[in-house]
Design a protein around this ligand. Structure first.
Ligand SMILES: Nc1nc2c(c(=O)[nH]1)N[C@H]1C(S)=C(S)[C@@H](COP(=O)(O)OP(=O)(O)OC[C@H]3O[C@@H](n4cnc5c(N)ncnc54)[C@H](O)[C@@H]3O)O[C@H]1N2
Ligand code: MOO
Length: 408
């Protein structure tokens, strides 16, 4: 049997370095910048008002008080969006709105609440210091400065900044297209009545979501029955399409039974099947599948038991899939105190599902459900995987173990 790190190496080798692609900025959410972004404009682009109020010369209202307001004529009205160049003369005020360009000659803005709000003339009840309520050009970022560096994941604030800089396109690492294919004659799609012996297909939905959550563009292929010819024909249809796949993930049909369609169809076609010393997720396979027309695509064949499929995705697929898109490969981990004792199979690395909580400031983790790989409901209530080394056969309550955090 391979160890987990040995099989990880085989899977990692299937992935190429990240490709770059230029995308419209509004399609780049979650992608990773492949280039430094230099500001070509200043932010703010011009001196402007931080308040609704009146642009003035601070010296003109230095003596203003509640009892003895300073009265100034209002000679301009400047809403945001006014594009002409204005100049304020000493002894006058311009009514100005937040974000509107400051007239030349003004050196402060007095907010409207400290005035009577006059339109023709304004009574000002308070002094301000020079520069008050002015947002000066370039005070956020000056032209020529690096606004975002390559490697940055683009979340909402970064996309906002790109938009503020007027950038419509951005060079990022390309998302990978992942095809998720489930096999098994017992599988029935949701919405169909079940006969005895049939189950609803769930790995497809789960792995498609997992790949999408990892940042890929994932497509689920309706499962195919346990027929080798049909399986390969279906696979070739997808692999040879114009917009083919960068990676295929299958689930099921890889263990030791009489009808292991994935194994039977792909053995001798560039895919190596193996056992990995882990629980769940022992039967694994990976390689490059080549279609009848000669298209070669990396393929990872995960075991069919739902918990095995999901844990295998976490352990083998997610890290290199993310790295191939320039995304951070590792999830966060925590060292947590175990709340109850449990056993672990000898000679196998175990990934037990658990619930991590912070109790009294300390991370604690409780195993969730039994170790069996069909316990999808238990897995769905877990937020962590407990990583137990192959040489550990019993984990005692109170000991500290490493937990992989499955949620932010
Ligand atoms: N004689 C042996 N039997 C088994 C071994 C073994 O070494 N020797 N390994 C066991 C282990 S461990 C696992 S894990 C499973 C893996 O089996 P397969 O990958 O061949 O998966 P299937 O047999 O097709 O299905 C297993 C189980 O999962 C259900 N399943 C499959 N696909 C889906 C799906 N898309 N949605 C929901 N559920 C799915 C399927 O109905 C089976 O119950 O093999 C053990 N057996
Ligand atoms: O090792 Mo299998 O993947 O748990 O049931």
């Amino acid at each position: 049997m391979r160890s987990v790190p040995e099989h990880q190496e085989h899977v990692n080798a299937l992935f190429a370095s990240p490709r770059t692609v230029t995308l419209p900025a509004n399609e780049a959410l979650g992608r990773v910048l492949a280039e430094d972004i230099t500001a070509t404009v200043a932010l703010p682009g011009f001196d402007n008002s931080a308040m609704d109020g009146y642009a003035v010369q601070a010296a003109d209202i230095a003596a203003a008080t509640d009892d003895e307001p300073v009265i100034l004529p209002v000679v301009e009205d400047i809403p945001a969006g006014r594009t002409d160049h204005l100049t304020l003369s000493a002894g006058t005020a311009h009514r100005i709105m937040t974000g509107a360009p400051l007239p030349a000659g003004a050196d402060a803005v007095i907010q409207v609440e400290k005035t009577d709000g006059g339109v023709d003339e304004v009574r000002i009840y308070s002094a301000v210091s020079k520069g008050a309520a002015i947002r000066s050009a370039g005070s956020d970022i000056a032209p020529g400065r690096i606004a975002l560096t390559a490697g940055r994941v683009l979340h909402a604030p970064q996309l906002g900044l790109l938009a503020a800089l007027g950038l419509a396109h951005v060079q990022v690492f390309a998302p990978l297209r992942v095809l998720v294919l489930s096999t098994g004659s017992e599988l029935v799609p949701a919405g169909t009545p079940l006969d005895h012996g049939q189950i609803y297909e769930s790995n497809g939905a789960m792995l498609t979501a997992a790949a999408a959550e990892a940042g890929a563009v994932a497509e689920q292929v309706h499962f195919v029955p346990d027929s080798v010819d049909e399986f390969r024909a279906r696979l070739d249809d997808y692999v040879d399409r114009e917009q083919g796949a960068d990676l295929i993930i299958t689930s099921g049909g890889v263990s030791a039974g009489a009808y292991e369609v994935v194994k039977d169809a792909l053995t001798g076609h560039g895919v190596e099947f193996t056992k990995v010393a882990m629980q769940p997720g022992m039967p694994q396979g990976c390689g490059h599948y080549t279609s009848a027309a000669g298209t070669a695509v990396p393929i990872i064949t995960l075991p069919g038991n739902p918990v095995s499929a999901q844990v295998s995705f976490e352990v083998f697929v997610r890290p290199p899939l993310r790295a191939a898109m320039g995304l951070p490969r590792r999830r966060r981990t925590a060292h947590a105190r175990v709340t109850e004792s449990f056993t672990s199979p000898p000679g196998k690395r175990q990934f037990r599902r658990g619930e991590l909580e912070i109790v009294g400031g300390e991370p604690t983790v409780a195993p969730i459900g039994p170790p069996g790989s069909h316990h999808l409901a238990f897995m769905a209530s877990a937020n962590a995987l407990l990583d137990i080394a192959a040489d550990v056969e019993r984990v005692e309550a109170g000991s500290i173990i490493e937990a992989l955090l499955l949620e932010d």
